[in-house]
Design a protein around this ligand. Structure first.
Ligand code: GTP
Ligand code: ZN
Length: 207
């Protein structure tokens, strides 16, 4: 399996996973299958430990990404000082409590001071922090902090709406619950009208 990694300096095509890590993880997953009462030697499961080992590395590839550098790689001086909103950024992450997926959408806005960044870089920052073991609150704050410290804008707003598999497939089993988290800096914190404008643009019922 191949996938692209952005190491902050550019996109690196990863031809193969780290062999040693993949091998060791696969052994653990083979043992897990046995403990769960399965037969890891049966045809359908033969390659499963190795597949899972690769899938888990894919789902945690954010640890190899440098979100600050992603933004710095496309920062442009510009005098635009109005709100920039990138909404409906799909995200897939995994809760650190159960290692089960949570997924949904991120809505990110900032008001440039002197610099703008490439729009795709906002989505890449979301990706870099989402592809780790996370809690939704920390994911929200990390995205906000990263944009604030690199671009030094007049304000940043991040809203994430997500469904947690650990609440749907197991545990309390609430299939339709959606968790919303938000974090703000600068103008979005101080100015209610600015925050309302953001909520209007993303179509949120939060305000
Ligand atoms: N705050 C927060 N909690 C999360 C997130 N993802 C999962 N959780 C919660 O983490 C908690 C872990 O609680 P525990 O009581 O230790 O785990 P548990 O016995 O599996 O809990 P239940 O899910 O209630 O069965 C649960 O309430 C989960 O719903 C997240 O992103 N943010
Ligand atoms: Zn969980």
């Amino acid at each position: 399996m191949e996938f692209s990694l952005n190491n902050g300096k550019g996109y690196v095509k990863v031809e193969s996973y780290d062999d040693e890590t993949t091998h060791q993880l696969a052994r653990v997953y083979e043992q897990s299958l046995r403990l769960l009462g399965e037969d890891p030697t049966r045809e359908g499961l033969e390659k499963t430990p190795i597949r899972v080992a690769k899938a888990m590395q894919f789902l945690t590839q954010g640890y190899n990404m440098k979100p600050d550098e992603i933004i710095r790689s496309a920062m442009f001086r510009e005098d635009y000082q109005q709100m920039v909103v990138v909404k409906d950024i799909e995200l897939y992450s995994m809760c650190e409590h159960h290692m089960l997926p949570f997924f949904g959408k991120a809505h990110v806005a900032y008001i440039p001071r002197h610099h703008i960044t490439g729009l795709s870089k906002i989505a890449r920052v979301v990706e870099a922090f989402a592809r780790r073991l996370q809690v939704q609150e920390r994911l929200t704050t990390q995205i906000k902090d990263c944009i604030q410290t690199t671009l030094n804008p007049l304000g940043v707003a991040v809203v994430i709406e997500a469904q947690h598999m650990c609440m749907q497939m197991r545990g309390v089993q609430k299939q339709h619950s959606v968790t919303t988290t938000s974090d703000f800096t600068g103008a979005f914190l101080k100015n209610l009208a600015t925050r309302d404008e953001f909520f209007n643009i993303i179509g949120s019922r939060l305000h």
